[in-house]
Design a protein around this ligand. Structure first.
Ligand SMILES: Cc1cc2nc3c(=O)[nH]c(=O)nc-3n(C[C@H](O)[C@H](O)[C@H](O)COP(=O)(O)OP(=O)(O)OC[C@H]3O[C@@H](n4cnc5c(N)ncnc54)[C@H](O)[C@@H]3O)c2cc1C
Length: 463
């Protein structure tokens, strides 16, 4: 028996014979250290994450996922589940254990008559947008096309359609999920409703979702884009943004941020998307945002929804180093605006951003325990998002986010957006689950009593 790099939880190598039998059973490739694709397969969007899994199974279907769960269980191996690989904390990967990689499971099937979409668990937002757009439909997702539907949906999901249609998890009709015992179940309002409740906001804690069934909406051409003002006007622009959002219709989602232009000039950005049918009304609604000063740059127009969905893609390229700190705040007071203006001065990388996002609308009309997604209020989300390329800057960049985050604590609600949490923020994870945490612990005990699925925003069954 030769030593292998796939290790069980006690650190003992899994026997070669067991790995060989597993390799024979599955359709997907099992990639281990030394394989030509290993380096590529162990890297995700955030280059700060540098984990070395013992093996990565590129699943080719649900049967591979079932086999992987049973193999890992039998050999007491830690598993991680990779969807789009966009989790900033690197929860898609593990050291020594097995990665159940869904990145080849990206099928999308649209039923235009019923306006529903069946999506495999490893698809990206862009995969779905491309297919739904053919039928003039869209599912409410996040704002970057390469994010995975898996992690985004299970953690909630906010984006350009959130104010009108609610978070992504509110728009899931059913899921096929492989549980910790390797059994495939359906979770919907009629079948295993408690599991359905937990999966919509509870993160990857309850199983591997191999397919999602979503409700889609008639959204095809939208009106929106990007307006960039000088950084010197940031305070004024944020105050105007706040006044604007107080009255903005729910068809309109707008984010604001401190960014830099491609030549490195510090700037203030507004990104807006009108998803209502009447595009002329959208143009009128957005007009005040275009007159907040003398823009450095403006790209606001009617465009296909998939174009809007990828308008920020280049600002978040794969392979840069990233760390995020975020918090919900109670209103965007003048005082807080001044704190943000001050903290933005500490952003030394032109790739970094300080974002202000507002999701108030449809989601808030549901009770906070309607499903496991708790954060439904109409609070602003502040995100400190340093992004850099030089590893020697790691500590300084991470420190900036932590210091800036600390500075806004007097204004924080104590709530967090689960999807934005970096690694090791366990207290924030619990706060993000909020009132739903006790029920989530109960359901974790029922569906995953040994914490088999732990590489996630973890709910410990023994909590
Ligand atoms: C550039 C960028 C932009 C973002 N924009 C938004 C946004 O606009 N709105 C928003 O809400 N969030 C946004 N996010 C956050 C994003 O939703 C989360 O990071 C989410 O976890 C990413 O999902 P993923 O499948 O790509 O990630 P992964 O890293 O692959 O997975 C994240 C977690 O989900 C689990 N998981 C993934 N797929 C499955 C599955 N099919 N079954 C079971 N568990 C699964 C993983 O095990 C892991 O714990 C963004 C992230 C990035 C990096």
């Amino acid at each position: 028996m030769t030593d292998t790099s796939l290790r069980n939880r006690a650190g003992k190598a899994v026997p070669t014979e067991s790995i060989a039998a597993f390799t024979n059973e599955v359709r997907g490739d099992l990639i281990q250290p030394g394989h030509q694709d290993y380096e590529d397969a162990r890297h995700i969007w955030n280059a700060l994450v540098d984990k070395h899994p013992g093996a990565i199974l590129k699943c080719r279907g649900t049967a591979d996922v079932v086999a992987a769960v049973k193999f890992a269980r039998a050999n007491d191996v830690v598993v991680a589940v990779r969807g789009g690989g966009h989790n900033v904390g690197g929860r898609a990967l593990c050291d020594d254990g097995l990665v159940i990689d869904l990145s080849l499971m990206r099928g999308v099937h649209v039923d235009p008559a019923r306006q529903i979409v069946r999506v495999q668990g490893g698809a990206t937002l862009g995969d779905v947008d491309r297919e739904t757009h053919v039928h003039g439909l869209a599912v409410p997702f996040g704002v970057i096309s390469k994010t995975g539907v898996g992690g985004l949906t299970l953690g909630g999901g906010v984006g350009w359609l959130v104010r009108k249609y609610g978070p992504t998890c509110d728009n899931v009709l059913s899921m096929e999920v492989v549980l910790a015992d390797g059994v495939l179940r359906t979770a919907s309002a009629d079948e295993n409703p408690d599991l359905f409740w937990a999966l919509r906001g509870g993160g990857g804690n309850f199983g591997v979702v191999t397919s999602f069934l979503y409700q889609a909406y008639p959204v095809s051409t939208v009106f929106g884009g990007l307006i960039v003002y000088p950084r010197a006007a940031a305070g004024e622009i944020l105050r105007a943004y706040r006044a604007f959002m107080d009255k903005a219709p729910e068809e309109l989602t707008v984010y604001a941020g401190f960014i830099s232009t491609p030549d490195g000039t510090p700037a203030t950005a507004i990104v807006a998307c009108w998803s209502g049918k009447d595009l002329a009304a959208g143009e009128r609604a957005i007009a005040p945002l275009r007159k907040l000063g003398e823009p450095l740059m403006e790209a606001v127009q009617a465009m296909p929804f998939p174009a809007m969905q990828s308008i920020l893609d280049t600002a978040f390229p794969s392979g840069t180093r990233n760390y995020w700190k975020s918090a919900f705040v109670t209103g965007l007071s003048d005082e807080l605006v001044e704190v943000l203006v001050e903290q933005a001065k500490g952003m030394t990388s032109p790739l970094s951003g300080l974002l202000v996002e507002y999701y108030g609308g449809a989601g808030g009309r549901k009770a906070s325990d309607a499903n496991a997604f708790t954060q439904r209020g109409s609070d602003y989300l502040i995100g400190f998002m340093p992004q850099w390329t030089d590893p020697t800057e790691d500590d300084a960049q991470i420190d900036w986010a932590k210091v800036a985050w600390q500075a806004i604590q007097p204004y924080a609600t104590g709530g967090y957006l689960l999807n934005y949490l970096a690694e090791g923020e366990q207290e924030a994870v619990l706060a993000a689950f909020g009132v739903n945490y006790p029920r989530l612990v109960e359901l974790k005990r029922k569906y995953d009593p040994t914490n088999f699925f732990r590489m996630n925003q973890n709910i410990r069954p023994d909590a």
